[in-house]
Design a protein. Structure first.
Length: 317
């Protein structure tokens, strides 16, 4: 049990525990040193992955833990590539430095968004107020245009209603007259006698139904107008909720840029975080480049040389 840290270090870094156990204390110290460095890097990036998943992907705590674990897994694999390299070439070092710069910039962005959270929220409130005013103005103009169109329709309906009402006052009923004429003829077909009667029919003016329909149409148009006028009072709260729900990662970066560049202290804090992440990312690479060759490395090289020599003998005629 006393070697559990060494076993864990070998598991994390990819070293062979059997070879390390039989190597010198210096090799064991190297494993523990790399393990501590990787745990430090993993802890930082787990926090960044968790924050990114919960803040911008809107995941719950378990989703944030999974996001942090995935980020940690990626970091472990990147660092193991450097640690397990027998010889770090110039190209691999350049690539790792470029990757470290990119990751430090991203890490600094996320950490600054957490650090300057209150400042970003204050700036967001100012920007949101401007956006809400513009959106409300546009919506109010659109609603006013609809209200004006309804007023025109209501005026036309009222004019038609008044005309029909005047006509009904003059002619509340319609009187229709028709004449019946009867003729009496003899056997030869000659007209002997004829009688004529006039009848009158009184019916309600059909425009009364038209007036009732116009009255319902006017009521419907007025209700629409009142509903549109009432919506103006609630449009600000509705637009504010819609715009806040639409805030994304790019908006956060824009707000962060405004906050950071608004003062020299903000720029200094951002650069401080970026240099911190850059140093963390290059920690393992620098240790790998500056460490002297240990007996573990020589043992690996010796085993490789023996294996190559055996293969050459097997391949010899």
């Amino acid at each position: 049990m006393k070697d559990w840290w060494l076993k864990f270090g070998c598991f994390l870094t990819g070293f062979n525990y059997s070879l390390i156990k039989n190597s010198s204390e210096q090799s064991s110290k190297n494993v523990k040193k790399y393990t501590s460095a990787m745990l430090l890097i993993v802890l930082v990036w787990f926090f960044i992955g968790y924050s990114f998943a919960t803040r911008y992907l809107h995941l719950d705590s378990w989703g944030g833990i999974i996001g942090g674990a995935l980020m940690s897994f990626v970091i472990i694999q990147i660092e193991r590539i450097i640690i397990l390299s027998t010889k770090v070439s110039a190209w691999s070092s350049i690539f790792r430095v470029l990757l470290a710069v990119v990751m430090s910039i991203l890490g600094a962005f996320i950490m600054d968004q957490i650090t300057f959270k209150d400042d970003i929220e204050l700036r967001k409130a100012q920007v949101m107020d401007q956006r809400v005013k513009i959106a409300v103005k546009q919506s109010e103009d659109d609603i006013q245009k609809q209200i004006q169109d309804l007023d025109v329709m209501i005026d036309k309906a009222n004019q038609k209603y008044d005309a029909v009402s005047q006509d009904l006052k003059k002619n509340p009923v319609i009187v229709t007259s028709y004449t019946n004429r009867s003729v009496t003829r003899d056997q030869s077909g000659k007209e002997v006698n004829s009688t004529q009667s006039t009848n009158k029919s009184v019916m309600e003016n059909p425009k009364k139904l038209e007036m009732e329909q116009l009255h319902k149409q006017i009521e419907t148009l007025q209700n629409k107008k009142f509903a549109l006028a009432a919506s103006i009072t609630t449009i600000k709260d509705r637009k504010e909720k819609e715009l806040k729900a639409a805030t994304g990662f790019l908006d956060e970066l824009t707000l962060l840029h405004d906050v950071v560049t608004s003062s020299q202290i903000g720029i200094f804090v951002y650069l401080l975080f970026m240099l911190f992440f850059l140093a963390i990312e290059l920690f393992v690479l620098v240790m790998k480049l500056t460490d002297k060759e240990s007996d573990y490395d020589k043992l690996i090289q010796h085993q490789t040389a023996i294996r190559v020599h055996m293969l050459e003998k097997l391949g010899a005629p």
